[in-house]
Ligand binder design. Structure first.
Ligand SMILES: [Zn+2]
Length: 356
């Protein structure tokens, strides 16, 4: 009679050679594709819910180098959907990029994992993304996505956009020069405060897994040399309503009016549209500059924030208190975050609660 304690692992089955057997067995990938994956370099930009699944999938798949960049630290409310983190990571107060790299290093020691604890901006994206073959979107705001889009189009680098809110998500693969870019889809940012964020509209874990898995699959196709297999449509998953939609973006691409991919104006990368941020000296406060896009509607924003903190507003500004932080939003979207002197923390709070 065999008991579990008698089952010894077969050393041969533990070797690195066998690790990717099921993947190599898939004919369109094969041994050649696996070799290309092993030489591939991916940037996972943002390591929250989407980034967790993307980084996890790419590291397990054997992508040679996975760089994980994130500006945030972990909170207990992340664990509901950010699947590579655990309670110990939260109590240890680690930045997400570091915790992700530590946890994934125990999964696949063959992969080089590079954590970067930074806010991606026009000033550093050249360095962070210079040597990667693909950029995969795990961010939580459109300002960073527009910046990635500028960089990717300028440098002819494939990137995969993904975003989720509530039970809905969307994703699009951008092959510069061949497909529509994010600027074709969204010529300007929505006005500040008008888009829901996962802190105001909530988010369900499964939709994140679907979108992130879709993004990771596209990255695997690109890195394994199977560009022709990539998806050429905007995919929209409305999971609560059991709907999947595919929108053809070819027409958008062919209009030739996109400032980014048709006219090669890189407004985000040039820093022209970058929201200036600054620590307000001696006040334990940070100012986050106005995003492009117009005026804030205070009644609309107050309604959105009613469930997260105490909100007051007059015709000049709106103020919301969330735990030890107080956010003061001006009509043009400029926000002063009191209770911190750290720009990344302030930017994270603005992205979470005000949106961009
Ligand atoms: Zn475009």
């Amino acid at each position: 009679m065999t008991t579990h304690s008698n089952i010894k692992p077969d050393p041969g089955k533990q070797s690195g050679d066998d690790r990717y057997a099921r993947q190599i067995c898939f004919a369109p990938l094969g041994a050649d594709g696996q070799q290309q994956l092993a030489a591939g370099r991916a940037l996972v930009c943002g390591c929250g819910a989407l980034g967790s699944v993307i980084a996890n999938t790419l590291v397990r798949a054997g992508v040679g180098m996975v760089r994980i960049v994130d500006r945030d630290f972990l909170e207990m409310n992340n664990l509901q959907r950010q699947v590579i983190f655990n309670e110990k990571d939260v109590t240890s107060g680690l930045p997400k990029a570091i915790a992700a790299a530590q946890n994934l290093a125990t999964v696949n020691s063959q992969v080089t994992i590079e954590p970067v604890v930074e806010d991606v901006t026009y000033a550093n994206i050249d360095t962070i993304a210079a040597d990667v073959d693909v950029i995969v979107d795990g961010t939580d705001n459109f300002e960073t996505r527009m910046l990635i889009n500028d960089f990717a189009v300028k440098e002819a680098r494939p990137w995969i956009y993904g975003g989720c809110i509530g039970a809905e998500g969307q994703t699009m693969t951008i092959l510069p020069g061949k497909t529509a870019c994010l600027g074709c889809l969204m010529p300007e940012l929505p006005p500040p405060g008008t888009t829901p964020t996962c802190d105001t509209a909530g988010i369900l874990g499964p939709v994140v897994n679907v979108i992130a898995s879709f993004e990771a699959m596209e990255a695997i196709k690109i890195l394994s040399g199977n560009l022709e297999a990539t998806n050429r449509q905007l995919m929209i998953f409305e999971m609560w309503h059991n709907r999947v939609r595919q929108l053809d973006t070819t027409k958008l691409f062919k209009t030739g009016t996109c400032l980014t991919c048709a006219k090669h104006k890189f407004r985000w990368l040039d820093g022209n549209l970058s929201s200036g941020s600054a620590v307000l000296c001696g006040r334990n406060s940070v100012q986050i500059g106005a995003p492009a896009g117009g005026q804030v509607s205070f009644p609309q924003l107050a309604q959105k924030l009613a469930s997260v903190g105490e909100v007051t507003h007059n015709r000049y500004l709106l103020r919301v208190t969330i735990a030890e932080h107080q956010l003061t939003v001006f009509a043009d979207g400029r926000t002063i975050v009191a209770g911190t002197d750290d720009i990344s923390t302030a930017r994270t709070l603005v992205a979470k609660y005000i949106g961009s």
